[in-house]
Design a protein around this ligand. Structure first.
Ligand SMILES: [Zn+2]
Length: 162
C-alpha cells in the first residue's frame, strides 16, 4: 500500500475533484506524537477523501485506523490505544471568514486550506486531538509482591522524594 509520508496535496483542489487517497503511515513518521508514546512501532491505515457538504463548502474526510502504544500515566507501562478516527475537516479558503464555532456543525473541525498541505501532518493533528489527556489502564498490573493498598498513596509520599 502507498506510503503517505511526503505526500503533499492542494487541499481545495483535492476536495473539489472529490479525490481519494488510501495509504499507510508509520507511527514513527509522526514526530509530535513520538514523545508521548511508549514506543513508535506500528502502522496507521489512512483514507483521505474530499467533497462538498450540504452548504457547498469543501471539506476533507479523514479516516485513520491502527493502534498506538501510549504510556500509562499511573504505572508508566505501555498502554495500547486502538485508533478509529473519522473526522470531517472543513477547509477555509485563504481570506474567507472563519466559521462561527457556535453556528457550525461541531462534529467538523476547520482548518485553513493550504495549496501545499502535508497529508502526514494533517493526520498527526487529528490523531493528537483524539488522544486522551491522561491515558491510564483501567486497572494497572501492579509489580509482583506488592500489596493491594499500594494505590493508596499518602500526599506526603511525593514530598519526601524531592
Ligand atoms: Zn497502568
Amino acid at each position: 500500500m502507498k506510503q503517505i509520508v511526503g505526500i503533499v496535496i492542494d487541499s481545495l483542489a483535492f476536495a473539489r475533484e472529490e479525490r481519494h487517497l488510501v495509504g499507510k503511515l508509520a507511527v514513527s513518521d509522526l514526530p509530535r506524537l513520538v514523545d508521548i508514546l511508549a514506543d513508535d512501532s506500528g502502522l496507521l491505515s489512512c483514507h483521505l477523501s474530499g467533497g462538498r457538504n450540504e452548504e457547498g463548502k469543501l471539506f476533507l474526510l479523514l479516516e485513520v485506523e491502527g493502534e498506538l502504544r501510549l504510556k500509562c500515566q499511573r504505572c508508566l507501562e505501555p498502554l495500547a490505544l486502538p485508533l478509529d478516527i473519522e473526522s470531517r475537516i472543513l477547509l477555509v479558503p485563504p481570506g474567507a471568514p472563519w466559521p462561527d464555532e457556535g453556528l457550525e456543525d461541531d462534529s467538523a473541525d476547520a482548518i485553513e486550506a493550504l495549496a501545499e498541505q502535508s497529508v502526514a501532518s494533517l493526520i498527526e493533528e487529528e490523531v493528537l486531538l483524539a488522544l486522551p489527556v491522561a491515558p491510564r489502564h483501567e486497572s494497572c498490573v501492579l509489580p509482583a509482591g506488592s500489596d493491594s493498598d499500594i494505590l493508596v498513596v499518602s500526599p506526603f509520599a511525593t514530598l519526601t522524594r524531592h
